[in-house]
Design a protein around this ligand. Structure first.
Ligand code: FES
Length: 187
């Protein structure tokens, strides 16, 4: 491209006496066209990158988190699964987590595993029957509602279902740790 551009400059700076106006005009058009194509090739991906979050509607994705019998009745079990839209270089960060509880032989609930304050991972404490956050003392009751500390909202709920004897959790593109878009029931 730079050779073409340099060529264009030279053509403009030192027109040869024998050169016809038609040829010069054709070269100018060629320069303009190549410049435009180059700008498009560079510009479209850049603009697309910045607009993508605004125009994309992330589809729900169901993730298999294991067979039903991996979840004893009444127990609250941590599961990890791949984000629905992992970036190729994300590595471990491509995985997220939820707490799954089997409430009856066929019924399950799933809570988001990240505190709604600033996103620290919560853990289920069976003895206290609370989800505890290690960062600022936040605590959530067994149903995910705030029991203590600074969390502004309950833990988000994931959709959950059983297909062919296996438990699946519904998830979306990576949820902001702050939980800004989370509210109970929208995941
Ligand atoms: S991140 Fe959980 S209480 Fe602050």
């Amino acid at each position: 491209m730079s050779n073409v551009a340099n060529g264009c400059e030279r053509e403009r700076e030192t027109p040869k006496p024998s050169e016809s106006p038609t040829r010069r005009r054709a070269l100018e058009w060629l320069c303009v066209t190549l410049g435009g194509v180059g700008a498009l090739l560079l510009g479209v991906p850049v603009v697309g990158f910045f607009l993508r979050p605004l125009i994309r509607r992330d589809a729900d994705v169901w993730r298999d988190v294991g067979p039903m019998d991996a979840f004893p009745a009444g127990a609250t079990v941590k599961v990890t699964f791949l984000n629905p839209d992992p970036l190729p270089w994300a590595g471990l960060a491509a995985r997220t987590a939820a707490w799954v509880r089997r409430t009856s032989s066929d019924d399950f609930v799933a809570f988001g595993a990240y505190c709604t304050h600033v996103g620290c991972p919560v853990r289920w404490d069976t003895g206290a029957a609370l989800f505890l956050c290690p960062c600022h003392g936040g605590a959530f009751s067994g149903d995910g509602t705030v029991a203590a500390g600074p969390p502004p909202r309950p833990l988000p709920m994931h959709g959950i279902r059983v297909r062919g004897g296996r438990v699946e959790v519904r998830t979306r593109a990576i949820q902001a740790a702050l939980g800004a878009r989370r509210s109970r029931g929208d995941e």
